[in-house]
Design a protein around this ligand. Structure first.
Ligand code: NAD
Length: 418
């Protein structure tokens, strides 16, 4: 089927099948999880600033809604396609179930390079996309959030468009909104913060200190990577290299993050940062370090570089950064990989908190949000670690087992329709 074409989708299915074999999953449940529930493809015509019209292709996919309304980000990126979005929606199902959130899995996106659009073009594209996927989304059925290439401003335009058409204000249609229109404190940093929470637990397990002796390399310095960098350096670790789409920068003595952020505010990309050596993204992954945080895109750690990675712990801030073959190599080498559905689940968890706060019209302090996030992340990490020890499997397979066990119980209890 068309949604099976991408390596990300195939990888997600392989991970599911491996867990299913170990846990003796009901074959009917497995068959149903192999495909998304439904997928919408939309044309998004946009009047560009010079007056001509361009048409972009957009998607919204629901993978499984047995646990509750679907949840998943919206991605603006030139590589977005139906199969990739479907694979990401499947990962969202597993992530929400792993964290025991009452939510299903979805994902959406537009095949576009957002950097090429002006702010007004971006706004018109977002508003038109919202109207096209309107039958799919809503606070009780599917609640989008930011992902690569989108942010709180994009979410604000979605809220406004949806509300204008409904005739009343519906802030609960998305999460990751600005605070002023019902967003949650702590949401912007939640994914990166959650990555670090899982690293704290992993370091305890591996008896690794987390202080100035500990070196950290981060691929991707966007929402997830920069928040993770801030949090892990606050703990006392040394961030020695980071990268973005322009390449990486490396300073074995540690990067000054405040200085780096000032540089980025002026220059937009990392390339050209003076107080570090330039490295390519490929070189960055193989730098000497204790911890590698993969927080850019999928398919970055492959069988071509898995043997050269020096990190003892890898945290997957991104979705699907490690291919299936690379995963096996890393497991055999004893590298401790904290899988995406666990490591980056802080984002959807605080999105869930935002949704709950919005429904109650009662907002929590940032401390309350972070404490609740810590409890969920550390408890879930412990659960997954115990399964990995018990079944002698990777943390990824253990996370899948835990997630699919919870989900399959819900699916079997609800039964099959019609
Ligand atoms: P973002 O757009 O804010 O940042 C992405 C970063 O990766 C940017 O620095 C970009 O320059 C860099 N990048 C892009 N292509 C690259 C490449 N080929 N090599 C190296 N760097 C590259 O996106 P984000 O929200 O930080 O998301 C990053 C990853 O985390 C994605 O896989 C996303 O699905 C996942 N994720 C995000 C959230 C969230 O809350 N934003 C939650 C869960 C998972």
């Amino acid at each position: 089927m068309i949604w099976e074409e991408s390596s990300l989708f195939k990888n997600a299915v392989k991970q599911l099948d491996r867990a299913a074999a170990i846990m003796n999953l009901d074959p009917n449940v497995l068959t149903r999880l192999h495909t998304p529930k439904r997928a919408l493809i939309v044309s998004v015509p946009v009047r560009m600033d010079d007056g001509h019209i361009e048409v972009f292709e957009g998607y919204r996919v629901h993978h499984n809604m047995s646990l509750g309304p679907a949840k998943g980000g919206i991605r603006y990126h030139p590589d977005v396609n139906l199969s990739e979005v479907s694979g990401l929606a499947m990962l969202m199902t597993f992530k929400c179930s792993l964290m025991s959130l009452p939510l299903g899995g979805a994902k959406g996106g537009i095949r576009v390079d957002p950097g090429r659009l002006s702010r007004t073009e971006l706004q018109r594209m977002t508003r038109r996309y919202t109207t096209e996927i309107m039958p799919f989304i809503g606070p009780e059925k599917d609640v989008p959030a930011p992902d690569v290439g989108t942010n709180a401003q994009v979410m604000a335009w979605i809220v406004d468009t949806y509300s204008q058409i409904k005739g009343y204000s519906v802030p609960g249609v998305v999460t990751g909104k600005p605070i002023e229109i019902g967003g949650s404190l702590g949401r912007v940093e939640a994914t990166g913060r959650g990555v670090v929470y899982t690293l704290i637990e992993a370091a305890k397990f591996k008896n690794m200190p987390l202080d100035e002796r500990t070196t950290v390399v981060i691929q991707g310095f966007g929402n997830v990577g920069s928040a993770a960098a801030k949090k892990i350096s606050k703990i006392g670790c040394k961030v020695v290299a980071v990268s973005d789409v322009s390449g990486g920068i490396y300073n074995k003595n540690g990067l000054d993050l405040d200085h780096l952020n000032d540089f980025l505010a002026k220059n937009k990309v990392l390339k050209g940062y003076p107080e570090a050596e330039f490295v390519t993204n490929a070189e960055l992954l193989e730098l000497p370090c204790d911890i590698l945080i993969a927080a850019a895109m999928e398919g970055q750690i492959t069988e071509a570089n898995a043997n050269n990675i020096k990190a003892k712990i890898i945290a997957e801030g991104a979705n699907g950064p490690t291919t299936d073959n690379a995963d096996e190599i890393l497991f055999d080498r004893g590298v401790h990989v904290i899988p995406d559905i666990l490591a980056n689940a802080g984002g959807v968890t605080v999105s869930y908190f935002e949704w709950v706060q919005g429904l109650q019209q009662l907002f929590w302090s940032e401390k309350e949000v972070n404490n609740k996030l810590w409890d969920i992340m550390s408890n879930t990490y412990g659960k997954v670690q115990n399964i990995a020890i018990d079944k002698k499997c990777s943390m990824r397979t253990a996370a899948l087992i835990s997630s699919v066990d919870h989900l399959s119980k819900a699916m079997l209890l609800r039964g099959f329709f019609p």
